[in-house]
Design a binder for this molecule. Sequence first.
Ligand SMILES: Cc1cc2nc3c(=O)[nH]c(=O)nc-3n(C[C@H](O)[C@H](O)[C@H](O)COP(=O)(O)OP(=O)(O)OC[C@H]3O[C@@H](n4cnc5c(N)ncnc54)[C@H](O)[C@@H]3O)c2cc1C
Length: 482
Amino acid sequence: MKRVCIIGGGIAGLATAYYLQTRAQPDAQYTLLERAPTLGGKIVSARENGFVIEGGPDSFITYKPHALELCRELGLGKELLGTNDAARRVFVWSRGKLHPLPDGVMLILPTKIIPFLKSPLISWRGKLRMGMDLFIPRRENQDDESLAHFVRRRLGNEALDKIAEPMIAGIYVADAETLSLASTFPRFIEMENKYGGLLRGVFAQRRAQKHGAPPRANGNGNPQTPVSMFMTLRNGVQQLTDALIARLDANALWTNRRVVQVKRENDAYAVRMNDGAMLCADAVVFATPAYVTAELVREMDSELAAQLAQIRYVSSATVSLGFKRAEISHPLNGFGFVVPRSEKRNILACSWSSTKFNFRAPDEHVLLRAFIGGAHNEALAEQSESALIETARAELRALMGIKATPVLAQVYRWHKANPQYQVGHQAGIAAIQTRAAQHDNLYLVGSAYNGVGIPDCIADGMRVAQAIQSLLEHSMLKEELI
Ligand SMILES: Cc1cc2nc3c(=O)[nH]c(=O)nc-3n(C[C@H](O)[C@H](O)[C@H](O)COP(=O)(O)OP(=O)(O)OC[C@H]3O[C@@H](n4cnc5c(N)ncnc54)[C@H](O)[C@@H]3O)c2cc1C
């Protein structure tokens, strides 16, 4: 087993190629086939007139260390940038105003009582209901539930509407009513199981910290040098994929090659491309969206195809707008804002990119990035570029009072790009993995399965490269024995 074909050149496919090239002994021969003219998939950063514009991801989380470690391994350590934590604040649009999320709210949970009690974002009735979490018994049934069901059950409707749903929509572009809690926030399940509730969990953790429990280790495993919770790269996240591509064997990276079918022929895989060309491989790694993989394997295994096609994807769009600082009266004193669905606006969220990170806009300018579409408003994301710019401008006018004409406007449309981890996702993935394992040396990687973040996709690539490596060792051993 020597020839590996990787289909899809996003971060998951590139990471698989990188770990195969650098960790497999002896080197496995790989070929990566990418439909688009460029590699990197959803990771796209553009530089224009001193602005650094992110089309897809603008950062990665560091408590899952794979992206941070990979950046360092690729020599990008000095290029890493943390968020500007002095301005770490997120606002929520509610009742005609942007309200800061109370200090200490972590995703959905208040961790500091006084700022939370003082905040006008949640009514007194809503706050009392959230406090009831202390008295609500833990759930005995361990079946997966939706994030909305969980938050409503423990913290009440208002916490769901004003905090959890818009925060989560900003990350997963998803519907909280169908989003799987187990697949997205297993930590909350752990807190409920271990402490009997979320607030009890927060208090227990605070007590533990007071009594000297070490802070959570950073990506280095070294608690002494704290790193920011989110990091990016000075010239944008694409620096990571560019550095990966520079390390890979250029002859093995085939762009403008759309794979149309994968079949088993004798003991190998026959990978057919749109121009009729065929590649034979001993192992095949699908790093494509699940619905694409479904079509590629349909003839070989219709049941696997049907399982993969069950994973729903939704469309979204990002609109980056650059302005002269002097023309914006808003202080931009935070990372941006999110919009609850109940407000019925045409925007999901807006990052104040040049506050969140340095080096995002030239002097005397600012950069904002609006998110449009998602599970409840997909049609909006499918509008023309000019309509998307108009939508973003109209919303920023209404919500932030921005009337200025942007000096830069850049749209990225992401058609069926966001996989939805719906209730039962883990069971569905387990079934897919069982089915896929019936085919020798067939692997699935990418955001559809074990996490949508960049670190998850990198971890996936590493896992599969390791699996191929052990197969290689095994087959070499067999050859020696023969
Ligand atoms: C707007 C947006 C913002 C995001 N923000 C963040 C963030 O801040 N932090 C974070 O960690 N994550 C973020 N994500 C998620 C993250 O970017 C993605 O989950 C991740 O980049 C997906 O990588 P992938 O390799 O699985 O898929 P992709 O990047 O989609 O790569 C798949 C590749 O397969 C290729 N392909 C498709 N069909 C074929 C075919 N038939 N033949 C050959 N090639 C094919 C595609 O062209 C593509 O290049 C964001 C995503 C979006 C859309």
